[in-house]
Write a new protein. Structure first.
Ligand code: C2E
Ligand code: CA
Ligand code: CA
Length: 658
């Protein structure tokens, strides 16, 4: 009370009162709080009394202290709350900032997307779009703002002209379909000129949709390129074997529903390897390209053509007129492709051989068709190239036979399976044997006696003719040494023997080894030999001639029968082909031709031999022409050497009744 009286300003402000009390105590007594038992507190004030005593006042301040601490706790809580509010404020500001950043990022992302983007709301109005979208469709930014109805969006896309109108219409149609069905979907719309737009659309929760648009033209072109490369030949740009097979299969399976048949032409360039080897690969490549172009020029739109590899091409086409139409096409291709090419200043000539196979209905499969055409091609090549040949059922057997013969031919020489027969050449003025033509025979262990017609060509194509021909020369020269001195021997040479250039050495060696004088040897060559490689063959012929032997032009009247050959080389003899002799009796013009050839030859001092004389009538006609020699079954078939030798022993001066 005294205290309160002394500090009226404290009023009922307990805090102020306590503070005043404490201050008062401190001032008068020096305050001292003391903890009492039972968690009570007292304020103890002591003062010394004069004379040595102490007066103490103890005030219980337990409640006071409790009140104070409650007050402090309340204060503390208030401060905490305050801090809390402040923190929240900071967080809110922070969130605001983040939102802003997010907005900026969203914008950046939206406008830097490689795809165009559109978002519409449930009322089919534009919410969001990006710059890429505008660019993609060449739309003016000013014409585009949120709120734009969907139909106007597409109208803007159409009007802007960034992509073809038809494409926009297709896009609109498809997007509306997806939107109506509330479905997600991706589709690509392509227009002319390879432009392609890929669109992805998905519905959004509020009822609108979001769609992205991407220009995939480049990608499509690249894919297209890869697809093309897998199915085409890089050089000629023609379909390759893979694509040809696919299309051929389609054509074959469609045949059942059509009234046309199908023809497959298998082409192989002749002498392409030679061009490649002599002029180099760049010219070889240029030749293939040019040949591919010419090939295309021979075809119609529906025909399919391919480069199967190397110098091989194939064509498949349909026609109601087979095989005639195929053979016509084949001939057209042969003449088109055989016309000389001018490539980097070189004039290049190649030919082409063609095999044709037909498929009449759906039963034939592509493999068989290709195999058959290939076999027919093989036949065409064997016929002497530059021709087309139609597959026949028998071809497979023929081919197998040929392959078997080829195999056996390789060992025939080692196994001594060859022999020579001799057919006399009859001198018509002296009625004596002027000489013998050596004709080869092959004693095959299984096939029996094989005629040269069946194996000489194979020997030529395989190159075996060089060793076989060498054997013939040696044997014929050696055999001739057993015959009378005035009897000549004639040996057939094949064109292939002139290929390597060592024919001169081979002949010289045969003469040397046997000791046969060169003037007793006659070599028979055909026009095809001269055709082969004119320059070098001619040079070799001159060198052979220089050895002192005689050279005869065989089978005259077949092939080109060009008298101009008589100017290019000084032949010693012309052998008139047996086909002429055979027809002389029935055709007056044949007789006239033979007489004029003989007449010309006589003037040029060239001996003539008529081949294939079988009857006395033929012999009479031949005699009339003034022909020098005759050969044929009428005089003798080709015979073995012992028989020939026996003939000379029996008749010292051989003459016959003819
Ligand atoms: P070639 O040179 O025209 O030989 C004449 C062919 O006519 C021989 O057939 C002969 O037997 C046959 N012949 C002879 N007189 C008559 C006859 O009165 N009537 C008939 N119809 N035919 C007759 P061969 O021996 O079958 O020879 C066929 C061809 O094979 C030869 O035709 C020749 O081109 C070739 N040849 C034969 N031997 C050789 C050879 O050693 N080397 C080469 N490269 N080819 C040869
Ligand atoms: Ca001959
Ligand atoms: Ca002949």
């Amino acid at each position: 009370g005294a205290l309160l009286g002394q500090y009226p300003e404290a009023g009922d402000d307990i805090e102020a009162f306590v503070a005043a009390t404490v201050a008062w105590h401190r001032e008068n007594f020096g305050p001292m709080e003391r903890e009492l038992p039972n968690s009570r507190w007292a304020l103890v004030t002591e003062r010394k009394i004069p004379g040595g005593g102490t007066v103490g006042i103890r005030t219980d301040i337990t409640d006071l202290k409790r009140a104070l601490s409650n007050l402090a706790a309340a204060n503390e809580r208030a401060r905490h709350a305050m801090e809390e509010v402040q923190l929240q404020n900071v967080a809110l500001r922070e969130r605001d900032r983040a939102l802003h950043i997010q907005n900026v990022l969203f914008d950046a992302a939206l406008n830097n997307m490689s795809q165009g983007l559109l978002m519409t709301d449930r009322n089919q109005r534009l919410i969001v779009h990006n710059k890429r979208f505008l660019d993609l469709f060449s739309i003016e930014p000013s014409a585009f703002a949120p709120g734009l109805p969907t139909k106007d969006i597409f109208a803007r896309m159409r009007d802007a002209g960034g992509i073809q109108v038809a494409m926009v219409e297709t896009i609109q149609l498809k997007q509306r379909g997806l939107a109506d069905a509330r479905q997600s979907g991706t589709f690509v719309v392509s227009g002319e000129g390879g432009q392609s737009i890929s669109v992805s659309q998905r519905p959004i929760a509020d009822g609108g949709w979001v769609a992205t648009y991407e220009d995939v033209s480049e990608q499509r072109r690249a894919e297209e390129h890869i697809r093309f490369a897998a199915h085409h030949d890089a050089l000629t740009k023609l379909p390759n074997r893979v694509l040809f097979r696919i299309r051929l299969d389609e054509m074959i399976s469609n045949l059942a529903h059509r009234d046309t048949d199908l023809a497959l032409l298998y082409l192989d360039l002749d002498r392409f390897k030679h061009v490649n080897d002599t002029l180099g690969h760049p010219i070889g490549d240029a030749l293939l390209e040019a040949a591919g172009r010419r090939l295309l020029s021979c075809l119609r739109g529906a025909d399919i053509v391919a480069r199967l590899g190397g110098d091989e091409f194939a064509i498949a086409f349909e026609s109601t007129d087979l095989p005639a139409a195929a053979e016509q096409l084949g001939q057209r291709i042969i003449s088109t492709l055989s016309t000389p090419y001018t490539l980097e200043g070189h004039t290049v000539i190649v030919g082409v051989s063609i095999g044709i196979a037909l498929a009449g209905d759906g039963h034939m499969n592509a493999d068989t068709l290709l195999k058959n055409a290939d076999m027919a091609l093989y036949q065409a090549k064997a016929k002497g190239r530059g021709v087309c040949s139609l597959f026949e059922a028998d071809m497979e057997r023929q081919l197998l036979t040929r392959l078997a013969i080829e195999e056996d031919l390789r060992v025939a020489l080692d196994r001594q399976e060859f022999e020579l027969l001799y057919q006399p050449l009859w001198d018509l003025s002296s009625n004596r044997i002027a000489g013998f033509e050596a004709l080869i025979r092959w004693n095959h262990p299984v096939r029996g006696l094989v005629s040269p017609a069946q194996f000489i060509q194979i020997a030529e194509e395989t190159g075996l003719i060089r060793s076989i021909g060498g054997w013939v020369l040696n044997k014929a020269c050696a055999d001739a040494m057993k015959l009378p001195d005035n009897v000549k021997v004639a040996v057939n040479l094949s064109g292939a023997q002139f290929d390597s250039g060592d024919i001169v050495n081979t002949v010289a060696a045969a003469l040397d080894a046997s000791g046969l004088p060169a003037n007793r040897l006659e070599l028979e060559i055909t026009e095809t030999t001269l055709l082969k490689n004119n320059e070098s063959t001619l040079a070799l012929l001159f060198r052979l001639h220089a050895l002192g032997l005689r050279i005869a032009l065989d089978d005259f009247g077949t092939g080109y029968s060009s008298l101009s050959y008589l100017r290019t080389f000084p032949f010693d003899k012309i052998k008139i082909d047996q086909s002429f002799v055979r027809e002389m009796a029935t055709r007056a013009d044949c007789a006239a031709i033979v007489s004029s050839i003989v007449g010309l030859a006589n003037k040029l001092n060239i001996t003539t031999t008529a081949e294939g004389i079988e009857t006395l009538d033929q012999l009479d006609l031949i005699r009339e022409t003034g022909c020098t020699e005759a050969q044929g079954y009428l005089f003798s078939v080709p015979r073995r050497l012992p028989e020939v030798l026996a003939y000379f022993v029996e008749s010292e001066a051989p003459t016959v009744a003819v």
